[in-house]
Design a binder for this molecule. Structure first.
Ligand code: GLN
Length: 539
């Protein structure tokens, strides 16, 4: 029978529930349990696909094409196993299902209510994962903070499940904050006491308390928390601020979080996690022998979460190369009508980021021209690849009016355009090319060397595509088409000859980089940046 661990948050948001959930999952996975994580988001959007990245950070896409919360990225990066549509549930989706059923007459004339209809649908989605796949343990992260109006139906569903399945099969891990008052030089437990009261009011007694803190918790303080929150002493776990998110599994191992949880679930605690690959990665991450500077050219730079997976991919590939990667965000708009050299000359490589809409596109094109002409390693992702094609068409093929029809719908030379099946779409949610598609790799190219494979599968999230009408001319002038979708002939990867590293990809490689499997293209890009830096130092 599948066992459930609910992770709730108290006191404030941003305590790192996703990282705690992923770290716990990692420890359980190392103990040979089959485990996954599901994120339950209390917002009313159907999925985060239509959310502005400023609102909610990056939208993470799964193999089956679900647009999901960025925490799913952490789950995949930590566990090295893919997630799916079923791993992310939102209040919007819950209500949509219930309302559709109501319209179909499924409730036989009954009044449809939050309890039991909404809570029943939450419970159905919670156990659906267990029914479809054969997991030993599923961790459920509840978005938001206890006390939010939106989370109430989720808490009620947990209460019911705990009662129906029994305390040995369903536990609640509550993550809270122990603030430090510097004037009083004291850690304070009161906010946590209140947060736990809030949970108790919803009928849930937390089984484990994880306390986020800047300072070590004394024995007395833990005893106080144990007494007031009614949690046994050993289950009051300290989560001290860590240098990186990747330290957290080891900190939780030291705190025996996995043992506490397994004991409560009446599961075996033999074979202590070794985490050898993880520790090797961490060692490399913390002891780099080289350093490179990469410009991240995008437009959502104020919020690093908007490019979460890109930053993490650099962390993985940097460690792999034993090289610290300093990623410096540069707003593409500042490059417009400005000398790009002024901003870009000190970098060892540049990544032009994915994105939507017109703002900053010309700046991206300027940056790419500079990288192409000066032999600086360049990596373009999605919109970054599309801009690379526009730049090449404009400045090498001399098609001055070349553009993407996303920015200029009536462009005379639409080198990037909409496919007919996308043209009449008016609904914005879930209507892009989404999820994994196959790609055939041309031999003897940069990407072939990086992947060491001729067929790959990568995740997509876009509407516009390379226009095959320009393919011949682009190739004639030195563009290499190194990746093609074998089913529909769409161009997925472009490169340049006579350039140390110039690669544009229509897909999102950053969504598939994990601690144990850094993405080959990021690894190759960092390697190229390092080579570029070292050759400049010699010169
Ligand atoms: N806006 C572009 C498109 O829809 C690129 C999207 C992206 O970068 N994810 O095709």
């Amino acid at each position: 029978m599948t066992k459930y661990i609910f992770v709730t948050g108290g006191v404030t948001s941003s305590l790192g529930k996703g990282i705690i959930a992923a770290s716990l999952a990692k420890l359980l996975q190392e103990r040979n349990y089959k485990v996954t994580i599901q994120k339950l988001d209390p917002y009313i959007n159907i999925d985060p696909g239509t959310l502005n990245p400023y609102e909610h950070g990056e939208c993470y896409v799964t193999d089956d094409g679900a647009e999901t919360d960025l925490d799913l990225g952490h789950y995949e990066r930590f566990l090295n196993t893919p997630t799916s549509q079923d791993n992310n549930v939102t209040t919007g989706r819950i209500y949509q299902t219930v309302i559709n059923k109501e319209r179909e007459g499924a409730y036989l004339g009954k009044t449809v209510q939050v309890i039991p209809h909404i809570t029943d649908e939450i419970k159905r989605r919670v156990v659906l994962l267990a029914e479809k796949y054969d997991y030993d343990i599923i961790i459920k992260e509840i978005g938001g903070t206890v006390g939010d109006i939106e989370s109430l139906p989720y808490l009620e569903a947990i209460r019911q499940l705990k009662r129906e399945l029994g305390d040995n099969n369903c536990i609640c891990v509550h993550l809270t904050l122990i603030p430090y008052l510097s004037a009083a030089k004291e850690l304070k437990t009161k906010p946590t006491q209140h947060a736990v009261k809030e949970l108790l009011q919803a009928g849930i007694q937390p089984d484990v308390l994880i306390c986020r803190t800047e300072h070590t918790l004394s024995k007395e303080l833990k005893q106080k928390l144990s007494l007031f929150c009614n949690v046994d002493y050993k289950s009051v776990i300290e989560a001290i601020d860590a240098d990186t998110i990747y330290d957290v599994p080891l900190l939780m191992l030291k705190e025996k979080l996995d043992i506490r949880v397994l004991k409560k679930l009446k599961l075996k605690t033999s074979n202590t996690p070794e985490l050898e690959a993880w520790k090797a990665f961490l060692w490399k991450l913390k002891n780099p022998s080289e350093r490179v500077r990469i410009a991240l050219i995008g437009k959502y730079n104020e919020l690093p979460d908007a490019y979460k997976s890109i930053y993490e991919s650099f962390t993985h590939s940097g460690a792999h190369n034993e090289c610290k990667v300093d990623v410096v965000p540069i707003h593409s708009q500042v490059l417009e009508n400005n000398d790009p050299e002024k901003y870009l000359q000190d970098f060892d490589g540049m990544l032009v980021a994915p994105g939507f809409g017109e703002r900053g596109v010309e700046g991206k094109i300027e940056a790419i021209k500079y990288a192409r002409e000066n032999g600086i390693p360049f990596f373009g992702i999605c919109l970054g690849m599309q801009c690379a094609v526009v730049e090449f068409a404009r400045n090498v093929l001399k098609l001055k009016s070349a553009h993407s029809t996303e920015v200029k719908p009536k462009a005379k030379n639409p080198v990037i355009h909409l496919l007919p099946d996308q043209e009449n779409i008016t609904n914005m949610g879930g209507t892009m090319r989404l999820g994994s598609y196959k790609c055939k790799i041309e031999k003897s190219t940069i990407v072939h060397k990086a992947y060491s494979k001729t067929e790959i599968s990568e995740r997509h999230r876009h509407r516009y595509e390379f226009n095959n009408a320009y393919k011949k001319d682009l190739i004639k002038n030195g563009m290499i088409i190194s990746g093609i979708n074998p089913d529909n002939e769409l161009v997925e990867i472009v490169e340049l000859e006579d350039h140390p590293f110039f690669v544009g990809v229509q897909f999102h490689p950053e969504l598939k980089s994990t601690v144990e499997k850094p993405h080959p293209l990021f690894v190759a890009f960092v390697k190229a940046a390092l080579k570029y830096k070292l050759s400049n130092e010699k010169a």
